[in-house]
Design a protein around this ligand. Structure first.
Ligand code: 4GM
Length: 259
């Protein structure tokens, strides 16, 4: 996949591509990137930004240099390459979306600055608006790199076998379980005994219990509304391990249906 970033700070993009698995995948030609700086399309004494019609705070990038930069990006990519704008107004990035986009041949990322870009440009040349979350940063570069990295991790060959995407059966609906590495004991505490037992069935059950408990505590928004009785009991056990009284556990789990 080739990604072209339309950005007035190409250094940010270049530094990202110069390290780690992304750098390795670029050297192996699994990934490729380029940048187009809209500044390049300004005539002498022209400014990149301008104030919004109707008044109000902030500045917008002028349409002309940005439109030209996107056209240039199109020349650097294959036909029908999707143009993505990073914006707090976009659809929220999900793992599912990233997986979908990983099948695209190339992608163009428009990295806005200031308060964003002229709506006419969004309506005519932007194919998709993506947001990395409900917050605002100064420019679209970091959001674009986050979206790109999430996509890249789904492309075959980008991650080595050892960090390859988890294939655990519950990894896409629940949070990950806690992990430990050597030593067994140190000043911070002990590794849970079950993980040292060598009993794979017990380990799997313990991990599932931790995943259920963590997701319930941290992410009620993604927690399943219905559990099979086995998982329900694991969740009860998670809270009884934490020392909760059974009445309190019943109250806590009241909203969850058991099937
Ligand atoms: C406003 C409009 C994306 C601000 C367009 C970009 C946050 C995100 C910017 C823009 C951004 C996000 C630049 N901040 N939540 N800032 O994905 O490009």
């Amino acid at each position: 996949m080739k990604a072209v970033f339309v950005s007035i700070f190409p250094e940010l993009i270049e530094s990202f591509f110069s390290v780690g698995v992304i750098n390795k995948a670029s050297k192996e030609s699994i990934l490729d990137y380029d940048t187009v700086n809209p500044i390049k399309f300004l005539k002498k004494n022209e400014r990149l930004d301008d104030s919004p019609y109707g008044g109000g705070p902030g500045m917008l990038i002028r349409t002309e240099p940005l439109d030209k930069a996107i056209k240039e990006a199109k020349k650097l990519t294959s036909e029908n390459t999707k143009v993505i704008n990073l914006s707090p107004q976009g659809k929220k990035l999900t793992q599912k979306k990233a997986k979908e986009l990983s099948f695209e041949k190339d992608l163009i990322f428009v990295c806005g600055r200031y308060e964003g870009i002229d709506q006419r440009l969004i309506d005519s040349v932007i194919d998709e608006e993506i947001s990395i979350g409900d917050y605002v940063v100064t420019g679209g570069e970091l959001p674009a790199l986050i979206v790109f990295e999430t996509i890249a991790r789904n492309i075959k060959g980008v991650l080595g076998d050892s960090n390859s995407i988890s294939e655990e059966s519950f990894s896409d609906e629940l949070l990950e379980y806690p992990q430990y590495t050597r030593p067994e004991k140190n000043n911070l505490g002990d590794v849970p005994k079950v993980l040292l037992s060598g009993n794979h069935k017990k380990i799997k059950t313990w991990r599932k219990k931790q995943s259920l408990g963590r997701t319930f505590l941290q992410r009620r928004d993604i927690f399943p509304k219905i559990l099979n009785s086995n998982d329900f009991e694991l969740l009860e056990e998670f809270f009884s391990d934490l020392g909760y009284e059974s009445d309190r556990i019943a109250d806590l789990l009241e909203s969850i249906d058991k099937k």
